[in-house]
Design a protein around this ligand. Structure first.
Ligand code: MD3
Ligand code: FE
Length: 224
């Protein structure tokens, strides 16, 4: 067994480029775990309903005053929010004035297991952003860089209608790779992919047994 320091970059590449029907490499240190969340999906949907009774979905505005087409809520010790002052993590939900709901155990366990499975140990998320896409909603190309450290991976879980995910590189003009994300798919983003540009194309109309006519994405992050 080679010690970690002894590994060559090609051995590290091998570790992340291992592919099987349910573990697909979609970028450097970006691992797609197809169906990883499917067994937990009904439990996750019930937990989403509980969380959003306390902190309802809402359309936030950007610094420039545009309303986002994606409706959002959060759970965990902090939540990601956007308003006319910009993007930030906040301990209180600005809509209710109260703390965000605690992160459900089913959420936490799934995120930690997925990170471990993808090769990232001891991920302990303190925030889960819940994104709800109705037909026509999209997320323009952006980077996630409001967190204190980029050393932790991000885990994302797709539920309901499928969507086309766009993955670029570290430069906004880098070519984009399109990947369809289906209900139950989990993606773990670490290393150099952590700061890659990414987005979601406009959601197509449809119906799904879990969500009706929408897609829900859970994004787990370590914000602080
Ligand atoms: C790639 N959400 O909330 S999750 C976001 O489906 C966000 O709702 C999308 O991008 C969604 O910020 C995509 C997948 C994702 C999340 C974080 C990433 C992909 C990422 C960070 C770096 C690179
Ligand atoms: Fe993002």
């Amino acid at each position: 067994m080679t010690r970690r320091e002894d590994r060559t970059s090609s051995e590290l590449f091998d570790k992340f480029s291992y592919s099987s029907p349910c573990k697909e490499v979609i970028g450097p240190e970006a691992v797609l775990l197809r169906d990883f969340a499917s067994a937990a999906a009904s439990e996750l949907m019930a937990a989403i309903a509980t969380v959003t009774e306390v902190s309802p979905f809402r359309h936030m505005v950007t610094r420039r005053g545009f309303q986002m087409s994606v409706a959002m809520s959060n759970c965990g010790s902090v939540g990601w929010v956007s308003d006319r002052t910009g993007y930030k993590y906040a301990e209180l939900d600005p809509l209710t004035g109260n703390s965000w709901p605690a992160m459900p155990e089913s959420f936490r366990t799934l995120a930690e297991d997925a990170a471990e499975h993808a090769g990232f140990s001891s991920f302990a998320p303190d925030c889960c952003l819940i994104n709800r896409y109705s037909p026509g909603a999209k997320l323009s190309l952006h980077q996630d860089r409001d967190e204190a450290s980029f050393d932790w991976p991000i885990v994302s879980v797709s539920l309901g209608l499928s969507a086309v995910f766009l993955l670029g590189g570290l430069d906004r003009n880098d070519p984009l790779r399109r990947t369809e994300l289906l209900s139950g798919d989990v993606v773990v983003w670490g290393g150099v992919s952590r700061l890659a540009f990414h987005g979601i194309e406009s959601l197509e109309d449809g119906t799904h047994r879990f969500t009706g006519n929408c897609r829900i994405n859970l994004t787990f992050r370590r914000a602080r």
